[in-house]
Design a protein around this ligand. Structure first.
Ligand code: NAD
Length: 354
C-alpha cells in the first residue's frame, strides 16, 4: 500500500498485539515494521507472522525508523514503556486501561507534552455498532429524552487468562471491561456527573473484582447503570434504555433488539386488569395493542473516521484526536471513584462538580 508509510512497532505481541497487527494491515495507512515481546515464544510467533522481533525494548527505542510504539502489554507496564518511548522521541498508541491510576496517567501525559509527541489511547469500543445505535438514539431522541441507560456485559467464564487475576498487573473487570463501558457513556453523555456509586463482586475468590456495578447520576437528570459480570449463565441485554417516549433494547452483539414507543395517534384505552401471580393488576398489565408502536433500531451514529485513520491524521496534523486525553483522564477518575465507593460503601458525591 503506497500510503502505508508510518512505521509502528507493537510492544507486547499477545492476544491484542497480534490483533492490532491484523487490523493495521487491513487499514493500510500504518505499517507494522516489527514487534517486541519479553516472551520468546511470542517473538517467534511474530517472526512467523512476518514481523521482525526486536531483541530488546532499547533496540526499538534506538531505531530511528520507528515512528510509533503501540503498547499492548499487561496494564502494569504501560506507563513506563510510554514514558521511555516519549523520551526517545516516539509517538504512542496505548491499550486500555491506559494506566492503573490517575496519577500514572498524569505522569504519562506530562511526558508526552514535554516531548511534543502524540499519545492516543485505544478506546476502540467507541466504534462498536451497538454503542453507536444507542448514541444515535440519545442524540436523535428516538424514544424521547433518555433518562435511564443500562449498559451491561455478562459472561459465565470467570476472569480469563493469567495476569487479569492479579492486582499487580492491573487485573479485574473494572479495569478491563469497565473502562470500555464507562468510556462509551462519558463519550456519549454531555453532562456533568453528580454522583457515583460502585459495588464490586468477589464471588470467584480472586484478589481482583470479577465484576461490578456502577450507578452514575448526571446533572441533566439521566441515571446510568454500568454492569460487568463473569458469573452470569443467563446474560441480561447488552443495552436497556428508557426515554420519555419509549423503551429500547439491544440484546446482544448481533444487534437483536427493538424499540417500543408510545402511540401518540391512539386514543387512550384503559389497560384491562390481568391475573398476575395470585393477584390482579392493571398497573403491570400490557398496554392495549393500539397504545404502542414497535419499531426497529435506528441506523448507528457514524464516527467520522476509524481509530487508525484518525491516529494518522493526528500525526499528520490534519485532525483532532477522536479519543482525547482529557476524556481518558475523566474515565480514570471515574474508575477510581467506583473503586472508592465499592470499598467504603458510600456514594461519591459531586463527582464532576468540585
Ligand atoms: P496477553 O497476555 O495476551 O498479551 C500480553 C503480551 O505482552 C504477552 O505476550 C507478554 O509476554 C507481553 N509482555 C508482558 N510484559 C512485557 C514487556 N514489559 N515488554 C514487552 N512485552 C511484554 O494480553 P492481552 O489480552 O493481549 O492484553 C494486552 C493489553 O491489551 C492489555 O492492556 C489489555 O487491557 C488490552 N486489551 C485491549 C482490548 C481492546 O479491545 N481494546 C482487548 C484485549 C486486550
Amino acid at each position: 500500500n503506497e500510503h502505508a508509510n508510518h512505521s509502528v512497532v507493537i510492544v507486547g505481541y499477545g492476544g491484542m498485539g497480534s490483533y492490532h497487527a491484523k487490523l493495521i494491515k487491513d487499514n493500510g495507512r500504518l505499517k507494522v515494521t516489527g514487534t517486541y515481546d519479553i516472551d520468546g515464544q511470542r517473538a517467534a510467533a511474530s517472526e512467523k507472522d512476518g514481523y521482525p522481533a526486536y531483541s530488546s525494548y532499547e533496540a526499538v527505542l534506538r531505531d530511528p525508523a520507528v515512528e510509533t510504539i503501540l503498547i499492548a502489554t499487561p496494564n502494569d507496564v504501560h506507563k513506563d514503556l510510554a514514558v521511555q518511548a516519549f523520551a526517545a522521541g516516539k509517538h504512542v498508541i496505548c491499550e486500555k486501561p491506559v494506566t492503573m491510576s490517575v496519577e500514572d496517567f498524569k505522569e504519562m501525559t506530562a511526558a508526552a507534552e514535554r516531548a511534543d509527541r502524540v499519545l492516543m489511547v485505544h478506546q476502540n469500543r467507541r466504534w462498536d455498532e451497538d454503542f453507536l445505535i444507542i448514541k444515535q438514539m440519545y442524540e436523535q431522541k428516538t424514544v424521547g429524552d433518555l433518562f435511564r441507560i443500562e449498559s451491561r456485559v455478562h459472561g459465565a467464564n470467570g476472569i480469563p487468562g493469567d495476569w487479569r487475576h492479579l492486582e499487580a498487573y492491573g487485573g479485574g473487570m473494572l479495569l478491563d471491561w469497565g473502562v470500555h463501558l464507562l468510556d462509551q457513556l462519558v463519550f456519549m453523555v454531555d453532562s456533568k456527573i453528580t454522583s457515583v456509586t460502585g459495588r464490586l463482586s468477589f464471588i470467584l475468590g480472586d484478589e481482583v473484582d470479577d465484576g461490578f456495578e456502577a450507578v452514575l447520576q448526571f446533572e441533566n437528570g439521566l441515571s446510568a447503570l454500568v454492569e460487568v459480570g463473569t458469573t452470569n449463565f443467563i446474560p441480561l441485554p447488552r443495552w436497556y434504555v428508557k426515554g420519555t417516549e419509549g423503551t429500547g433494547v439491544i440484546e446482544d452483539w448481533s444487534m437483536t433488539g427493538r424499540i417500543v414507543t408510545r402511540n401518540r395517534e391512539a386514543e387512550h384505552v384503559e389497560p384491562k386488569p390481568i391475573q398476575a401471580g395470585v393477584g390482579l393488576t392493571k398497573t403491570m398489565a400490557p398496554p392495549s395493542e393500539s397504545a404502542t408502536l414497535t419499531g426497529v433500531l435506528p441506523e448507528p451514529f457514524r464516527q467520522p473516521s476509524s481509530f487508525y485513520d484518525n491516529y494518522v491524521s493526528v500525526l499528520e496534523g490534519t485532525a483532532e484526536p477522536l479519543v482525547k486525553n482529557d476524556q481518558v483522564l475523566r474515565v480514570l477518575n471515574l474508575i477510581e471513584a467506583v473503586f472508592r465507593s465499592g470499598r467504603t460503601g458510600e456514594t461519591v458525591k459531586d463527582f464532576d462538580l468540585y
